[in-house]
Design a protein around this ligand. Sequence first.
Ligand SMILES: O=C(O)CCC(=O)C(=O)O
Ligand SMILES: [Fe+2]
Length: 326
Amino acid sequence: MTGMEAASPPLPQRDRVQIQPPSPSIPTIDLSSSDPTPQVRRACSEWSAFHVINHGVPPSLLKEMRSLGVEFFQSPMEQKTRYSCDPTEGPTAQGYGSKMLARDGTVLDWRDYFKHYTLPLHRRDPTKWPHFIPNYREVVTQYSNEMERLAKRLLSIISQSLNLPPSYIEDAVGDLYQNIIVSFYPPCLRPDLALRIEAHSDMGAITLLIQDDVGGLEVLKDDQWVQVQPLEDAIVVILASMTEIITNGAYKCSVHRALVNADKARLSVATFHDPSMVRKIYPAPPLITAENRAKYKEVLYADFAKSWYYGQGPDGERNIDALLIQ
Ligand SMILES: O=C(O)CCC(=O)C(=O)O
Ligand SMILES: [Fe+2]
């Protein structure tokens, strides 16, 4: 350094280059690697949410699913309302709807959505899905099958990552109840008034989510919100409440939310895999020892689902805390 440089006046604060640490994001796991189990263990225990790539679901199917969603929500209202949810069926009804969940005067979830019942097969009735978009029913059927396959594979890796038999979690939840919800968040200059979904954790076992390139999904990590950057062709894996109970808290459910964009509409497709309503869910006995006692009370899944929808839990974010053994 020369004396002249040393003498130059310091740059004003605004002109200095700010070295920003790279923003943290959820881990990305390559499912085609020889053994993804250690990475899954780490991602589940540290993040409760992660991206998977090379997951075996054709990228063209992910793209088609997103395009169908956009086409549906951009269709004339009279087309969409032919598939409106039946209000007498309550908040879990299949079909096209808008406001989904409010509690104590607070809107927790406000968006346009289309919910499809897809599994077990006796719940799947494609005649209840839009007819006016070519291939809609075929694509949703294929998407449902692919998501089921991936969810089962992930539940098996997650079980093995805790030294449980591969089928442990799948057996514990019984027949997988799968629902696919396509959500559409129109742009809004006042995001505080806009369609969005507030912080929550999902009810069932595992959620597989895809989003478009707008972004807006965030996960809570160490009390900080972290953006889930859109990653084309990847699928976001979100651990849900029943997995936290079965793993006795080794893996927590992910608290997440979705924000709206001021000038772009956003679309996401969430595929939920839940236990059947008659299943009793409790911590896996092989994970319980004298030093590591059961941390959660047993719950009938139907009772938990009811508390999730009707807010009998202690707060909107982790309804599961009501089941903690003190
Ligand atoms: O739209 C999103 O990205 C999140 C949706 C979500 O978390 C949910 O439907 O449970
Ligand atoms: Fe969610």
